[in-house]
Design a protein around this ligand. Sequence first.
Ligand code: PLP
Ligand code: NAG
Ligand code: NAG
Ligand code: NAG
Length: 427
Amino acid sequence: MASTLRLCLPRSSTILPAPVCALSSSRYLLTPSQTRRRPYSIAAPDASDQRLRAIDLSNFSITKTTTPKQLTANEKLIFGRFFTDHMLSLEWTAADGWLDPKITPYQNLSLDPATCVFHYAFEAFEGMKAYKDKTGQVRLFRPDMNMKRLNKSVARIALPTFEGEKVIELIKNFCRLEERFIPSQRGYSLYIRPNMIGTQKTLGVGPPGSALLYVIASPVGPYYPTGFKAISLEATTYAVRAWPGGVGASKLGANYAPCIVPQMQAATRGFQQNLWLFEDVDERTGEKEDFVTEVGTMNLFTAIVNKDGQKELMTAPLDGTILEGVVRDSILQLARERLVPDGWKVSEKKFHMREVADAAREGRLLEVFGSGTAAVVSPVRSISYKGELVNCGLKEDQEVGPVTLRMKDWIEGIQYGEEDHPWSWKL
Ligand SMILES: *Cc1c(COP(=O)(O)O)cnc(C)c1O
Ligand SMILES: *[C@@H]1O[C@H](CO)[C@@H](O)[C@H](O)[C@H]1NC(C)=O
Ligand SMILES: *[C@@H]1O[C@H](CO)[C@@H](O)[C@H](O)[C@H]1NC(C)=O
Ligand SMILES: *[C@@H]1O[C@H](CO)[C@@H](O)[C@H](O)[C@H]1NC(C)=O
């Protein structure tokens, strides 16, 4: 039994997820001139569609658990294994728009086996964190970026868009309720996983007539509990993560399952992650080259001394094959503010593996690192490429380079409120 606490007007709460209305997909082909009650365009449902309900914060309900979980000791935390007491959910239907948001005890979903998410992968997700600073204040790091990205991801798979600011308000409420789960030690945080799925019961392939946006959270420890451990990558040419015109720039579940087998294969050869390459013509030479895209589920940065003798920090440009990482964007901005005055060049540009290998051979490769919310930065020791092992600039007894380390310190300083910065949002 759960005790129910209403924030505003009482309303009988539905159990998650509400029955799904079986709409035929032909509904989406109607034009406004046609006479149905709520005509619908073929475009993805939009938050700004005045005919549908926008997210309404006034009828937000919280049903608290009566069986609070025991906290897990910090040192026993395993990424994504333990969850907080509650979940935040918002249902959407094509007929009504967004239904009232609610927080309920963390619970199983009950979905029909024919639900479209299980068949056609109508699913997009986010990864963000809440941090507790020294004074106990809870902070989010650039949550607007995560909401913007989720809104873009869901639009790509015909799921409904939403007003990000309202979902941030709801996530703040959720974090307040789950505050006891947020560890206060530096490096520890509450990993927040927003997820949107298509919930319509149908084997028909078409835009889902209903959806569920839900948020769960998991207390997590530092990615490198005993200090940095530089990883080795296998540059993967036989499998491609993302391609021009594809969906690699969206955080869709469908992008991740196909990457596991290549990762397992790299692991059998002693490499922790895949370096995803994309073969394309180098416009400068007309030659085919293997362009560097991302590493595992992180963006990739390379620091070199370029041919002009200038230090240069490079990452691949957002050409549709690169996930628009929040940490990637933060590193670029911080590098432009704080490294450029020291003589660095900062570039978002296409570069290929032969350039990286050449730089290593000529002693110009300084550092390589991945970036993402889970680890902030992840130093790279070596890359196996076409039978060659490219050494990424670390000495044998060194696990992290100076630029990688400074980036981690700058970003964590902001995340944990040690540096006052507009990227850190207090609850
Ligand atoms: C999530 C993700 C990243 C990192 O994004 P952040 O917002 O920095 O956490 C990079 N690449 C891929 C493929 C991802 O899924
Ligand atoms: C809140 O919910 C109640 C009960 O369902 C409903 O009558 C009321 O119109 C809702 N309020 C708003 C602002 O939507
Ligand atoms: C939830 O689902 C899991 C299977 O994934 C099951 O083991 C568990 O018992 C379920 N919990 C409840 C409360 O039904
Ligand atoms: C959400 O995405 C849609 C489609 O890309 C866009 O039209 C809308 O402006 C976005 N809304 C917000 C609040 O970001």
